[in-house]
Design a protein around this ligand. Sequence first.
Ligand SMILES: *[C@@H]1O[C@H](CO)[C@@H](O)[C@H](O)[C@H]1NC(C)=O
Ligand SMILES: *[C@@H]1O[C@H](CO)[C@@H](O)[C@H](O)[C@H]1NC(C)=O
Ligand SMILES: *[C@@H]1O[C@H](CO)[C@@H](O)[C@H](O)[C@H]1NC(C)=O
Ligand SMILES: *[C@@H]1O[C@H](CO)[C@@H](O)[C@H](O)[C@H]1NC(C)=O
Length: 401
Amino acid sequence: MQPSSVRGRRTLITVGILLLLTLFGYTIHYAAPQSPLLAPSLHHTDHDVGILEDVLNRTLGFQKIYAINLPYRTDHRDAMSLAAVLTDLDIEYIDGVTDVHEKARPPMGAGVDLDEPTLRALRAHVNTLRLIVENNITTALILEDDADWDIRIKEQMQSFAKASSLLLQPLQGTTDQFVDPSYPQPASNERPQNFEIGSHAIERPSTSPYGDIDRWDVLWIGHCGCRFPEANDGNTPLGRVVILNDTTVPEKQHIQMQFGNNDLTNEYPNHTRVVSRARVNTCSLAYAVSQSSARRLLYEMGLNVINGPTDLTLRSICEGSEGRRSRVCLTVQPQLFQHHRTKGAKSSYSDVSSDHTGYNEQAFTRNVRWSTRLNFAKLLDGETDYIDLFRDGEKPLNLGF
Ligand SMILES: *[C@@H]1O[C@H](CO)[C@@H](O)[C@H](O)[C@H]1NC(C)=O
Ligand SMILES: *[C@@H]1O[C@H](CO)[C@@H](O)[C@H](O)[C@H]1NC(C)=O
Ligand SMILES: *[C@@H]1O[C@H](CO)[C@@H](O)[C@H](O)[C@H]1NC(C)=O
Ligand SMILES: *[C@@H]1O[C@H](CO)[C@@H](O)[C@H](O)[C@H]1NC(C)=O
């Protein structure tokens, strides 16, 4: 497969350089990261290797990757299976739900009335969480079956893991000191601080490459918009980890935050990805959970109370609204997983919402440069001149909302 052989070559070259430098008595000191994607191995020192390498495995360093698929959406499953095999991922399917018995409906908040497709989608997520609980799965990534990702997803996830660890792990030699001064709660007028990956020595995570599993609940890496936490949210640390010069991030003119705001493009240079606590996230198209957070989500979404669709319920769990306890949820802008929009009738986009009408001429995946799905034909024939709808210096396409 092309991307991994490219990566293999890069790794070999990097190892070669490191060997030469070592022979000549040089020590590599950690400096500000250059492109995290061009030279991944230069970005971590020896003790990094280990659990961080697990991110490159076929389940992205989680125990499982599950994809929710309604059996009649064979088109979605065809695409998901092909995308998985072409990017060396191992995905297990969870059947979507076509009926929720009247008596089995979750308790609804006062005045809340969800339509059948929304209830079924929610139920499919709850079934997935229950499976994780029943099988004692340590960590899992849950995908909706129209999610797409960059061919370079493994390298991207490795940068994300360095970023999430920097927010979640204590500073080296401590158990309760964190890089983010706004942890655990910001002062009323506190400003967010930015940190580059690798800028501080932290206690290395040992139970998950993304940060020890008892330190996070949800890694919300596929969404259709969010914003950074603010001091007046009250209960969310503000720290941000910036991944600079990430060539997988499109220039600002191409980035569309949909249901989020434009702070990312207003405040950061081109090609920057930023990891922070999740706030006001919309769309539950890719999120990772741990065994203990799956239990909490099973309780909140299956048994406690439902006031909205899956994504708004997940948001409320993260933020601790609607009388819930808040949870540790991290996210990333721009997101690493996004809906793929195929060419054709827009009504095929979703089985949950009937908002999509009209015809889509140009297949696309917002904010994802080397979309796996757009590049199927090239990947299958081993070509590497990948289709990129968001080239540097070019005008943005009109993709609609
Ligand atoms: C990012 O790229 C810019 C311009 O190419 C360069 O000036 C800067 O030093 C780079 N920053 C990092 C952290 O690599
Ligand atoms: C990937 O790494 C995770 C974390 O160590 C592990 O649980 C999982 O089994 C690994 N996946 C594969 C396919 O080896
Ligand atoms: C669940 O998994 C954890 C660690 O992965 C293990 O310590 C525990 O004993 C398991 N529980 C059961 C009931 O198997
Ligand atoms: C970002 O890239 C665009 C397109 O190349 C360019 O016009 C703009 O000046 C860049 N912005 C910054 C802040 O570098």
